[in-house]
Design a protein around this ligand. Sequence first.
Ligand code: PLP
Length: 374
Amino acid sequence: MILVNAPLIAPNAKKYLNECLETNWLSGEGPFVSRFEEAFATRMNVGYAMTTNSGTASLHLALASLGVGPGDEVILPASTMGACYFAIWYCGAKAVPVDVDPVTYTIDPKAVERAITPKTKAVMAVHLFGHPCEMDALLALKKKHHFLLIEDCAEAHGATYHGQVVGSFGEAGCYSFYANKIITTGEGGMMTTNDPELATKARSMKTFSFSPEKRFTHIGMGYRYTMTNLQAAVGLAQLEILDSSIKAKHKMAAFYAKHLQKIPGIVVPTEKKDCQSVFWMYAILVKEKEFGMSRDQLMKELLENFGIQTRSFFFPPQVAFAEMHVFDGLTFPVADRIGEEGLYLPSGLGNTQAEFQQVVDAIAQISKKRRTAR
Ligand SMILES: Cc1ncc(COP(=O)(O)O)c(C=O)c1O
């Protein structure tokens, strides 16, 4: 089986983990937590970084520490992971999905502007599949409408927009270190900010909002979002190889593009001018008419006949949350279409070049068979 995302464990991970075990430091009080946070803030060019135990927790922590609450609206892309919605709902706020850009699949700034109301408190910009959002347009809107900007960088560690690393544009950047992410700690996350007051508040909130003066008394609502020393040890090792990981992602993307862009009915991802995508996942569209089969049929054939695992794109909210009936009747021309046509291919740092070759060979073979059958 070719896994959709095999992780790569950094050379120093074992050594740092052993250090945790040998020194008896397991909990979030351990020294690797601050080492990881400091190194991460430096690499992402932000003032402060606070570890969490998941990307979802980092999104919730950012929203909660920024004061998002009941009565507030948060605009987010219709094409994203459910975690973004849940984080908003944990705060008691309303999630307002808007359509995405047909080229980058990230939040469409024109759709954001149309959705702004007096209740709009924040916009969540998700740098999807490793590609940065259109930050100039979002920052211009932010200036005009005074909303808070939260960047979800779960899938875009180290991506840049006009040379600036994502996560450093808005009030807060939020990261996931789940096993399929570029930097992984198995499970985990990080919130970043340039605002010292927000950093202090978030750091306190993520550990029960303990009073600095008197332990076991609380200065406000608190959460338990701590990362362990063990996870931070792995995270630090993974961070050390981020630049080479991004290089490997580009190599993979160039290889896939070279072989797949000539196949009728396959649309390969774009990297916009002045943007550096980190190609978290190599995300393609399958045009049913030209390719000769649907996205779902291609996924099935790749799995059953070639042992190749793939994943569909995220579904628009009226599909993803159909059971909850919160977005019934909504439609999003782009998010709806890519939710049906999009899939991502094996793209992990632990996947091999031989596997990528097998993937392109399989898709070429399926395409050829379809064309000769017509
Ligand atoms: C865009 C996006 N946001 C948030 C999350 C949630 O992160 P986690 O699974 O670490 O909670 C993920 C992925 O898992 C994601 O892809």
